[in-house]
Structures are given as structure tokens and as C-alpha cells.
Design a protein around this ligand. Sequence first.
Ligand code: TXE
Length: 469
Amino acid sequence: MKTYTNSVNGQSVEAADHQEIFNPATGDSLGLAPLSTESDVGSAVDAARLAQPGWATISDQERRDTVARVAQVLEDNSEYLAELITREQGKPLSGPGSRFEMQACVGWTQVPAALELPPEIVFEDEKRKDILHRVPLGVVAAIAPWNWPLMIAIWQIIPAIRMGNTVVLKPSEYTPIATLEMVRLINQVLPPGVLNTVSGDGRIGAALTSHPGIDKIMFTGSEATGRRIIEASTRNLAPITLELGGNDAAIILPGTDAGAIAEGLFWGAFLNMGQTCACIKRLYVHESDYEAVVGALSTLAGQMPVGDGMDESNLIGPLQNEMQYNKVKELVADARANGCEVMEFGNMPDTGYFLPLTLVGNIRDGQRLVDEEQFGPALPVIRYQSVDEAVASANGLGAGLGASVWANDPEQAQQIALNLEAGTVWINQHGAIHPMVPFGGNKNSGYGVEFGLEGLKAVTQPRVISVKK
Ligand code: TXE
């Protein structure tokens, strides 16, 4: 059985203890992932601290060139890593699956490599000149989730490295292998100590985020863990970028052509089997359009090939883990027990954490499947009578990551969008993130933004040089 290792100071480090990782589609063993100790966390942070001053003092151009070489390594190894993602995470190779995730890894590395944050004159008169420089924070702790394990790790580590920080990354305990392999490959072109890993569950995450040697925390995960990380950071006062998922509402304005938007709605809700922070998790449809929208989504759901994602004909795979599988099943069972209409599609394989693509009708705000983040392939479709009522419902929960408005007239949709409490409101699309466009949550979905120039600023601190004339 293959044993995977952490990377510390450019070296593969053997762990004393391991956990076996299994394919969520087949149950096959994928090998042994390392389990770090608290002392391993200390060694990884020490390596990152030691490497940071040297990495920060090479020229900006040299750092950009190195990050561009990282993008090339990702591109060269994308098929190998995509297959590992599919085996470990479950999303299919095809469609918006693991090859798509690898393309995103490449793109989200190329863009920071191309961006610049030059010093900025923020004030000047005859007496003084004030120049704002952006300097690295130091060592960044990156805590990644299991839904887009490589892509989200890249979102966290690449801007940090680009700006002269060094990193200690902890992948999710559900999906460590593909991430550790990606880091091993990236480290072929990074100087030792710039990118290090530790592995394990929340205890190791807590040891890392509370470590006094950490200067910044990048976290994507649940709201509950986000709150724990804020508490842990009182030990190091590290600023935090928190992406805590959402419960995104989509509102279809009355009279919208259901056939024209069905595919966008479908993938907006069922991308990665719904295990995506910015997926449609509540769909609000005017009562006069309800049958047409449910009909169009049912047709698509009924046609989707489901199964092991290593088979290139499949577009829908299993849930990633038993915890998530049970959570989604429980929410659907609750809806069924409360009289909702549960419409299930697809022939499920007998093994693995497969759940049918599910639309749930006759459901209202206040029911668990609407109010709680399902993070799975079960979409509540809620009828509304007035657009004001739909906007109030969309804004009625604590989450505020994304939202979308769907309409024949995009101008009309934009007016509605301005009233939605979310970090991003998409029009006639959902979850359409881009490496140049800042992305982050409002309300309980977290704070801080990633991507683009704003994302680079978030991994720096300002240093003002103020000159008397
Ligand atoms: O999340 P956790 P889990 C949501 C989704 C899911 C729920 C639970 O609804 O059902 O969260 O998933 C690390 N200090 N999202 O249990 O615990 C952990 O090891 C530091 C939405 O996987 O938040 C992992 O690496 N780190 C989300 C990471 O935090 C800690 C994506 C995320 O795990 C820690 C994933 C601690 N005290 C789940 N405890 C999104 N935003 O898209 C755990 N971790």
C-alpha cells in the first residue's frame, strides 16, 4: 500500500502515524496519509519562518517567475492530479469535475503570477510625500476543505507565496492525498521551506492556527470551525480570511424562460454534487413558473449519467464522505416527513456514497432543508407570490456568500440584485467565480476577500514611508 508524506523544508517527511484513505465511489483503499503531531506542526512552522526572509527579499520579478513555473508544473501534472482527485474526492474526471478543478488550479496560479502591487503614492504636497508599500505578513497558515481540495488550497497558498509569505498548509483529513501530491510536485520549483504541509484533523488545524509563529490564517470551511479559529487566533493575533460557506438563494423573476436557464440552474445547484460553497441551495420560483422550472430541471436531472467518476461518461459522482452523505439524507428525510414532495432522479450504483439528484417541492422557509446548508444534491424549490417576498426570504438567513437573479431582462435583475445581502450576486449564472474578481462573504459567511488585487492585498500588510520635503 502506498504511503504518502508531508513536505517540510522541501523534504518528504515520514510520519509516525497514518490514516487509510478510501475512494468514496468504490470503497477501494487509496493508501496511507500521514497524521502529524503537534511537534510536527512546530517543525513545519519553524521551516516556514526560516525560509520567509529569504523568499521575501528576492526580487518581485523572480517571485513572479517562480509562481509562473508552479503553474507550469500544475499544467504538466494535471492528468495525474485530476485522477487522484476523482479517486479521493469523488467528482468525475469529465464535465465540471476534476479536470476542470485542475484547469482552475492553473488559472488561479497564472493570474497572481501576472499581477503586480507596486508602491502607491497615497498623498503628496509641497511639504511631504507618503508612499504605501505592501510587505508580506510572514507565515500563512492555510486550512483547506474537502470539496475542491486542490483548487481551494491553491486559492490560499498562491497569493500568499506570490507576495513573499511562506506557508504551512493543512489539507482536510477527508482528502489529504491529492493535495500532498500536488505540494510535492510544486516543491520541485519552490525554494525549500516556502510551502510546507501538516496533516490531520481539527486538532492539528487548531495547533497550527493557534501557533505563535503564524502571521495570517486563510480558512475555508464551516461556520462553527471558523468561530473556533477566531478564538485560536487570540494567541497570535493573526488576521484571518474566512470563507464559511453559504446557503445561496437563486430568485427566478416572473415570466423567465425556464428552458433558457435550466442548464445554468442545474449546474449552479448540482456542481460537485452540490458540495460547493457558492452553489444554489434554495431556489425561489414564482408560482406561475413553478411547473415549467421543475419540469425543465427534472428533465436534465433524469438525463445525467451517475457513477464512478473514473468512467469518462459519468458527470455526477458520489458525496465525498459519510458525514456529508448522512447529513443530506437526514435533511431530505426531514422534508419528506413534513409532507414535502421529494423528486429523485438517476440510477444509483450499489456501492459508495451516492445519493440521487433530488428536487424538493411543496417546501417553505423555516424547514430544515431550506434553512440549513445541505451541501449536497437536494435542492428545495420554493414558490413565491411577489418578488419582494422572495428577496425577504433570500435575505432571511444568516448566510451571505452568494445569490443569483435569473431574468429575461438582465437590467431588471440587476436592480433586484442590489437588495440581496451577499458578497456576490450573479445574474443569469451562479457561482461564476473568476481569478480577477474579488470573492468573499457577507454576514455569517465570513470576512475578507480572495482573488485579484484585493486578494493579494489580503496577504500583505501596509508599510507607509512618509518623507518630509
Ligand atoms: O468542516 P470543517 P467539515 C460545511 C458543509 C459541511 C460542514 C462540515 O456544510 O457539511 O461544513 O464539514 C479543519 N481549527 N463546509 O467538518 O470542520 C478541518 O480539519 C483549525 C463548507 O469538513 O470546517 C478541515 O481541514 N482547523 C465549506 C477544515 O477545517 C480545523 C467546505 C474544514 O473542516 C478545526 C467544507 C479547528 N478547530 C465544509 N476543526 C465551504 N466553505 O465551502 C476543523 N478544522
